[in-house]
Design a protein around this ligand. Structure first.
Ligand SMILES: Nc1nc2c(ncn2[C@@H]2O[C@H](COP(=O)(O)OP(=O)(O)O[C@H]3O[C@H](CO)[C@@H](O)[C@H](O)[C@@H]3O)[C@@H](O)[C@H]2O)c(=O)[nH]1
Length: 426
């Protein structure tokens, strides 16, 4: 029997997702039209013999999360539970804290997935690889190839090319170590807990030697990457399965648009029903895009909106005549009035873009000429200037007619009265 754990982090994480993460926890933000986590859950639920999926994080359970768990359980017909850490315990600490829940029922192995990645999730392939490599208690990391410069932003793996054993592991090294990077997707056996227990004991001893702050001892985080993988590398216990299929991190709002594109490109095989087609709504589709419900369009075909490529439209969105949208996510309840143009944007829930307005951002797509390039999840500021990036409208923002909003982030509930460029509008 198998289980899966998804590490969803908590509210202090996902800061590069603001202001969108004010409204919805980052793991529930829609990517290719469904909550980011749903892609993980769907992949796990398809693995034969999968009994349970556990989400571990330090979010306060709220109505949205509860509703998502309820509908996902019904849709995928599998038990899904949320286990809340009392503090940020780290990628290994949360697993250790809930080890009894993970081990209940006696799974012979379990997957662990970072919530903030998009992937084809080659989980059955990882299982087959595990059976062929090393002893039954060995652990498997999913790896992919990155270019030399970008590899420094990830966990880097040096492998034995014949056996795929991990010989050396360095998390986000300062200088080049290897172009094989950790995808944040693992297959563990219950033996992992012996290794985490060793680190836990050591941390406890260190903590007891420390002066408590305000009468409290801090909760020591345990990081799978630095505390466990680095120590296990070279001991015949850790293996890397390299995938050639798509994979990307989702750290910033810009990377959510890129991840949306990666999933949408697969939808004609995996979910054709999620793609809009011409006849339904009477709009031109330049390439695939996703609509949750046909948008409300009632206009002569000569003024058909042009939607796509890579556009995802939430429920209850209103789209006027002659609207142009590409490379964007339009969240539910938004209204795009006649002839407005939306490029490389996330338009927040219930926002309105006035007639003939142009709302545009700058994509941060990976270099198309480099097969191993990954998306750069830039910091917000570079040289004390806002890095040009996609434009984000928080929820319930109003953009008047005939203005231009370029490379800007607009906080929720703003009613703008003029054009803006390269600004955060508070
Ligand atoms: N439950 C829980 N989850 C956590 C915690 N801290 C982080 N996470 C979750 O664990 C995942 C990893 O988050 P980070 O710690 O921010 O690491 P990272 O910079 O994304 O790097 C990791 O992922 C890369 C691939 O995307 C890897 O290349 C890298 O080695 C590392 O594993 C995310 O899904 C995050 O929500 C925690 O204390 N508790």
């Amino acid at each position: 029997m198998l289980k899966a754990v998804i590490l969803i982090g908590g509210p202090q994480k996902g800061t590069r997702f603001r202001p969108l993460s004010f409204e919805v926890p980052k793991p529930l933000f829609p990517v290719a039209g469904v909550p980011m986590l749903q892609h993980h859950i769907e992949a796990c639920a398809k693995v034969p013999n999968m009994k349970e999926i556990l989400l571990i994080g330090f979010y306060q359970p709220n109505e949205e999360l509860t509703r998502f768990l309820f509908t996902s359980q019904q849709e995928f017909k599998i038990t899904i539970r949320y286990l809340q850490e009392y503090a940020a315990l780290g990628t290994g600490g949360g697993l250790y804290h809930f080890r009894d829940q993970i081990l209940s029922g006696g799974p012979q192995a379990f997957f662990v997935l970072n919530a903030d990645v998009c992937s084809e999730f080659p989980l059955p392939e990882m299982l087959a690889f595990h059976q062929e490599h090393g002893d039954p208690s060995s652990l498997v990391i999913l790896g992919t190839t990155a270019n030399r410069t970008q590899s420094l932003n990830y966990g880097c793996i040096v492998e034995n090319e014949e056996t795929n054993e991990v010989l050396h592991y360095v998390e986000k090294p300062g200088t080049f170590v290897s172009d094989i990077i950790n995808c944040g997707i693992y297959l563990f056996t219950p033996d992992i807990f012996q290794h985490i227990a060793g680190v836990f004991q050591k941390n406890q001893q260190d903590i007891l030697l420390e002066e408590p702050a305000n009468g409290w001892h801090r909760a020591a985080a345990i990081r799978l990457e630095q505390d466990i993988f680095t120590a296990l590398a070279g001991q015949g216990k850790l293996y890397v399965y390299k995938t050639l299929s798509f994979w990307s991190q989702i750290k910033s709002a810009g990377s959510a648009i890129y991840a949306s594109r990666l999933y949408l490109n697969r939808y004609h095989i995996t979910h054709p029903e999620r793609l809009a087609c011409n006849q339904d709504g009477g709009y031109f589709i330049l390439t695939v895009f996703h609509v949750q419900q046909p948008p409300l369009i009632a206009i002569p075909t000569s003024l058909c909106p042009q939607l796509g490529p890579n556009v995802s439209i939430g429920t209850g969105v209103t789209i006027g005549a002659g609207v142009r949208v590409r490379e964007s996510i339009i969240l539910h309840g938004a209204s795009l009035q006649d002839h407005c143009c939306v490029l490389n944007c996330i338009v927040g829930w219930d926002s309105t873009i006035g007639k003939w307005a142009r709302v545009e951002g700058t994509p941060s797509d990976p270099n198309p000429n480099d097969p191993y390039a990954k998306i750069d999840s830039e910091t917000l500021f570079r040289d004390s200037k806002l890095t040009p990036s996609i434009t984000i409208l928080g929820c319930n923002v109003t953009i008047p007619s005939e203005v231009i909003i370029l490379n800007s982030i607009v906080l929720p509930h703003k009613d703008l009265n003029r054009s803006f460029k390269n600004q955060i509008i508070l």
